[in-house]
Design a protein around this ligand. Structure first.
Ligand SMILES: NC(=O)c1ccc[n+]([C@@H]2O[C@H](COP(=O)([O-])OP(=O)(O)OC[C@H]3O[C@@H](n4cnc5c(N)ncnc54)[C@H](O)[C@@H]3O)[C@@H](O)[C@H]2O)c1
Length: 470
C-alpha cells in the first residue's frame, strides 16, 4: 500500500473533475466543434473515415473533429443520417457502402476509420481496416461474437496499428481515482465487484414485418447477417433487442461498467486464465434478447498483484435485478445506492461504490481515513484524442504508438470477451468455462447453432477481406 502523498483527502464522497454524465450519453462529448483553421493544420490532421454517422456516430463525428481529425469520408446506409451529419460545415465525401470506402482507401489517403454501426457489422468493417493496415476505432462491444473477438485480436496483432474501443468513460477522471484507490488497497483486498444498469433492451418483437424506411439500404444494413424481413422500428437503435444484430443490455452497457473492475484489478488474459461463468435470464429465445440478465464470473487465483483474493467474483445485474451487496448496504444506511451507482467493489476492509462521475467509500469511518494514493494515473487528453495522437505518432514512425490508446484491442478484447461470454452463458443456461488465453470455451461455444454463418462474401476470412480490399 502506498500512501506517500502528504495531501490528505476525505473521501466520503468525491465529485469527479468532470460533471456526471447520463448513463446513455457520452461522458466526454464536448459541446461544440473546433474546426482546424489553416490549410496546413488540415493537411497535417489524420484523415479519418466515419462509418455509421447516425446515433452514436454523430457524437463520434464531433469528438473526432475536436480531437483534430480531418473527417474526409462519411458513410451510412441511411441517407438521412448522412444528411444530418453534413448539416454542419464539413468538406467530406459521402458513401453508402463501407466496402467502397475501403476499396478507395488510397484515393482517400485514409489514416484511420471509426466504426459506429450496429454490433453485427463491427467486426467486418474493423477487420477490413486491420487487414489493410489502417488504424481503427470501433464502438463497444467490439464484436458481436466471441469468435469475431478472437479473429480481431489476431488481425490487430498482425497489423500493429493504433486501435481503440469506444469505451470513452475510460478517459474520465473518476475512473482514474477509483483505479488508484483500489490498487492502493483503500478497501483492502477485493473479493468481488458487482456491476449493474437500471435499464433493459427488452425484447425484440417478431413483428409486424414492414417495409424498411425509404432512406435505408436494408441489404447493406444487414451486411453479414442472414436475410431477415424488416421488422417495424428495428432501425435505428432497436436492433439491440435482437440477437442477430445486438447483444442485449449486458452487451450494450457491460463494456462501460465492467471496464472499471477489469482496469482496477489489472485483469489480463494470463491473470484471468480459465474463468467459470454462470448466468441466467428471463428467457432463452433464438430471436429476442432477454428482459433481464444476471451473470457471474469466478476468477480462480487471479494474479492481480495482491489486490484481490481467490476466487475473485465479478457479477452483473440489469433491468431491475439488484446487487445484493448494494441492496444490503442501502437498506442499512437508508440510501438508494442501487439507483445512484453502477458498481460496488467489496474488499476485506470496506466497500467502494462508483458510477461514471463519482465514487463513495463505506464505511464512512474508513472513507475519512483514506488518503489520496501517491501513484496517480495521468489524465487522458480525451478518448478520441488518444487514438488521433497515436495515429500522428505512428505515422511519424513510432511503432510503439499502436498500443498507446488505453483501450487498444490488445486490452479491450479481454473486456469484450468477459461481457460477451456472459451473454453466451445466459443463453446456454448452464455454467461454462472460458479460457482467456486460448480464447475458447471448454466444450465449444454452446450457442454456435444460433449463430448463423455470415452471408457469402461477409466472413472475416482473408479471402473475403481481400476481395473487398482488392
Ligand atoms: N460508447 C457509447 O457510449 C455508445 C453509445 C451509444 C451507442 N454505442 C455503440 O455505437 C454503435 C451504434 O449504436 P447507435 O445507438 O448509434 O445505433 P443507431 O442504430 O442509432 O445508429 C447506427 C448508425 O449506423 C448506420 N449503419 C448501420 N449499418 C451500417 C453499415 N453497414 N454501414 C454504414 N452505416 C451503417 C445506421 O444507418 C445508423 O445511422 C453500437 O455498437 C452501440 O453499442 C456506443
Amino acid at each position: 500500500m502506498d500512501f506517500r502523498l502528504p495531501r490528505r483527502t476525505f473521501l466520503g464522497l468525491v465529485p469527479a473533475v468532470l460533471a456526471a454524465p447520463s448513463l446513455l450519453g457520452c461522458a466526454t462529448r464536448p459541446k461544440s466543434v473546433t474546426l482546424p483553421t489553416t490549410a496546413n493544420a488540415r493537411a497535417a490532421a489524420p484523415r479519418i473515415a466515419l462509418v455509421g454517422c447516425g446515433g452514436r456516430g454523430a457524437d463520434n463525428l464531433t469528438d473526432l473533429l475536436n480531437a483534430g481529425a480531418d473527417v474526409v469520408a462519411v458513410c451510412d446506409v441511411d441517407a438521412r443520417a448522412i444528411d444530418a451529419a453534413l448539416a454542419r460545415p464539413l468538406e467530406t465525401r459521402r458513401f453508402t457502402d463501407f466496402r467502397e470506402v475501403f476499396a478507395r482507401r488510397h484515393e482517400l489517403a485514409l489514416d484511420g476509420v471509426l466504426v459506429a454501426t450496429p454490433d453485427h457489422t463491427h467486426a467486418f468493417a474493423t477487420a477490413l481496416a486491420l487487414r489493410a493496415g489502417i488504424p481503427v476505432y470501433c464502438e463497444k462491444p467490439l464484436t458481436h461474437t466471441m469468435e469475431e473477438s478472437k479473429r480481431i485480436l489476431a488481425l490487430s496483432h498482425a497489423a500493429r496499428v493504433p486501435t481503440q474501443m469506444g469505451t470513452q468513460i475510460h478517459a474520465t477522471e473518476n475512473y482514474r481515482r477509483v483505479v488508484e484507490l483500489i490498487r492502493a488497497g483503500a478497501i483492502g483486498r477485493i473479493t468481488s465487484c458487482d456491476c449493474w444498469v437500471n435499464k433493459g433492451w427488452c425484447c425484440g418483437p417478431t413483428g409486424p414485418v414492414t417495409e424498411p424506411p425509404a432512406s435505408l439500404n436494408y441489404e447493406l444494413w444487414l451486411g453479414p447477417a442472414q436475410q431477415t424481413p424488416y421488422v417495424e422500428a428495428l432501425h435505428p437503435a432497436n436492433w439491440r433487442k435482437y440477437w442477430d444484430f445486438g447483444t442485449g443490455t449486458l452487451g450494450d452497457m457491460g463494456c462501460h461498467m465492467m471496464d472499471l473492475p477489469v482496469w482496477a484489478l489489472g485483469l489480463t488474459r494470463a491473470s484471468l486464465g480459465k474463468v467459470e461463468i454462470f448466468a441466467e435470464c428471463d428467457r432463452v429465445d433464438r430471436v429476442a434478447c432477454p428482459e433481464w440478465t444476471e451473470a457471474s464470473w469466478a476468477i480462480p487465483q487471479a494474479d492481480t498483484n495482491g489486490v484481490s483474493i481467490d476466487p475473485l467474483v465479478l457479477r452483473w445485474f440489469d433491468n431491475g435485478r439488484m446487487s445484493p451487496t448494494a441492496q444490503e448496504l442501502g437498506g442499512k444506511d437508508r440510501q438508494d445506492y442501487h439507483g445512484r451507482f453502477n458498481m460496488v467493489f467489496q474488499g476485506t476492509k470496506g466497500f467502494l461504490f462508483a458510477n461514471y462521475g463519482e465514487h463513495l467509500i463505506l464505511p464512512r469511518a474508513l472513507a475519512a481515513e483514506t488518503l489520496v494514493p501517491a501513484d496517480r494515473i495521468p489524465q487522458s487528453p480525451g478518448h478520441h484524442r488518444e487514438w488521433i495522437d497515436a495515429i500522428r505518432a505512428w505515422r511519424a514512425g513510432d511503432q510503439g504508438a499502436a498500443d498507446a490508446p488505453l483501450c487498444a484491442f490488445a486490452r479491450s478484447t479481454i473486456l469484450n470477451e468477459i461481457v460477451l461470454a456472459g451473454t453466451v452463458a445466459a443463453r446456454a443456461r448452464r455454467p461454462l468455462q472460458y479460457d482467456f488465453e486460448t480464447q475458447s470455451f471448454a466444450d465449444g461455444n454452446p450457442i454456435s447453432q444460433w449463430q448463423p454463418a455470415p452471408r457469402s462474401g461477409w466472413s472475416l476470412s482473408d479471402a473475403d477481406l481481400d476481395a473487398v480490399l482488392g
